[in-house]
Write a new protein. Structure first.
Length: 434
């Protein structure tokens, strides 16, 4: 058994035993109540799932196995000054910071698993011109289901205690292939199908940057940071929760991850990263300048709100402070980028939007989220095709949700099946409880 798999197996068996005895003794303890507002309001704050890989605090932001983003930047092995996503995946899967040798092993593993089935490229090519890159990405991931070791072994008869093993293999294979598929979609759609072969000497994110065809070491560093900070945001967000739900039916990792991509493709979730840049380009076009003033931006924000639209990149269902993932990208831009109109505009938007949103009196979090900053840096490096941005988010998100999927199968989590009620049930409930 490979060293990561062995470690994961040992740790998961210990936790499985702990959960068994914990539930025997404390299974009936009440952890919270559910209000009618939560029933109608998207289940905000309802504790209903175990998600080991990361935890979100409304004020502090995300912690991956206890490490905040600035702490991760210090603790994880780095290349070009930024953390390697290999390190984060290792940390999320087994709860330990890997050493250089372990990172190298995982990088080599992903390189050795990079081959994408030929029919996946054909499936992408079969889609009509103008198909959104997220649709292409989702179709590509679904098409790889034919290679699922879990689906194959399940059909032959697989013991429940062994589910985790082929799921681990599927998750590693899937993660290894994603940069290749995403780069294929990018080069096909925006560079006339001039594809770039992988460079097997590079790390996972560095190779992704290489295959996208964006030159320079700084862009490789950006991809390492980008792939690290977008990876996971505890279990309740739409893409993670979708992975959890679909996986709980024992749909294999390709099926559950493509479902996650379909959730990520919503404008209130991952698609917000394209919407932010689209909105900024629209604003600068309308104003006729790439250097709008604070006053001009404020007027444009108000007109967006007056049209009944949200300001993309601002607000969050859980966070109540500026997102540390926004701050990490701002720090990157301060370190690596001088005098960029688009980056300066994002910073001016940050100066202006929170006060305006606070003034509405209903927005619970007026601060920027992860999507407010990412596009400006990508534009700076020449990746201007914003319809592609959510694909980048998706490649990264696989790290967290696939690590969590390994845990779900190893811990033997059951089919997810919450209770819905009808309006009649609500009316009767209110009559009885008046
Ligand atoms: N601009 C304008 N209005 C906003 C707003 C924003 N950025 N954020 C919240 N509001 C509004 C809501 O639309 C809601 O209005 P109504 O009561 O009229 O329906 C009200 O404020 C209360 O919403 P909330 O409780 O503060 O926020 P939710 O938990 O319901 O929604 C989110 C969270 C992210 C969907 C919302 O803030 C939003 O639409 N933001 C813009 C889209 C975005 O950036 N999404 C990316 C999130 C991060 C990610 O997943 O990638």
């Amino acid at each position: 058994m490979d060293p990561l798999k062995q470690k994961f197996f040992e740790k998961s068996q210990l936790l499985r035993t702990e959960i068994k005895s914990l539930l025997k003794e404390h299974g009936d303890k009440v952890v919270g109540e559910v209000t009618l507002r939560q029933v109608f309001g998207g289940m905000r704050g309802v504790k209903s799932m175990i998600w080991e890989t990361s935890e979100l605090d409304a004020v502090e932001g995300i912690r991956f196995r206890g490490y905040s983003i600035p702490e991760l930047r210090e603790a994880l092995p780095k290349k070009g000054g930024e953390p390697l996503p290999e390190g984060l995946f290792w940390l999320m899967l087994v709860g330990e910071i890997p050493d250089e040798e372990q990172i190298k092993w995982l990088s080599d593993q992903w390189t050795s698993r990079i081959n994408v089935p030929e029919h996946t490229f054909k499936a992408i090519d079969a889609l009509p011109e103008g198909t959104h890159p997220m649709t292409q990405f989702s179709v590509a991931v679904t098409s790889m289901q034919t290679t699922s070791q879990f689906a194959h072994r399940y059909s032959e008869g697989l013991s429940k205690t062994e589910y985790w093993d082929p799921v681990y293999e599927d998750c590693l294979n899937l993660i290894a292939r994603l940069p290749r598929i995403a780069a294929y979609i990018y080069r096909k759609n925006y560079h006339g199908g001039m594809h770039i072969q992988p460079d097997f000497t590079l790390d996972w994110a560095g190779n992704f940057a290489h295959m996208l065809g964006i030159p320079g070491e700084d862009f490789k560093s950006l991809m390492r940071l980008y792939m690290t900070i977008h990876a996971d945001h505890e279990g309740g967000n739409a893409s993670a929760h979708t992975t959890h739900l679909v996986g709980s039916a024992l749909s294999d990792p390709y099926m559950s991850f493509s479902a996650a991509l379909n959730a990520l493709a919503g404008p209130l979730h991952g698609l917000a990263n394209q919407e932010v840049i689209k909105w900024i380009f629209k604003m600068t076009d309308a104003l006729g300048t790439t250097q709008p003033t604070h006053e001009q931006i404020a007027e444009y924000v108000k007109s967006t709100l007056a049209a009944g639209q949200v300001i993309p990149g601002y607000g969050h269902a859980v966070l109540r402070r500026p997102d540390p993932r926004f701050t990490a990208q701002k720090r990157f831009a301060e370190d690596y980028i001088q005098d960029s109109d688009i980056v300066n505009t994002v910073w001016k938007v940050f100066d202006v939007v929170p006060d305006i949103l606070k003034g509405l009196g209903k927005v619970k979090n007026p601060w920027p989220n992860v999507d407010a900053h990412s596009g400006a840096i990508l534009v700076h490096y020449g990746l201007k095709e914003y319809s592609f941005y959510t694909v980048l988010f998706g490649v990264s998100r696989a790290l967290g949700v696939m690590a969590a999927t390994c845990w779900s199968r190893a811990l033997g989590f059951p089919l997810e099946r919450p209770k819905s009620v009808t309006m009649n049930w609500v009316r009767n409930f209110l009559e009885e409880n008046n």
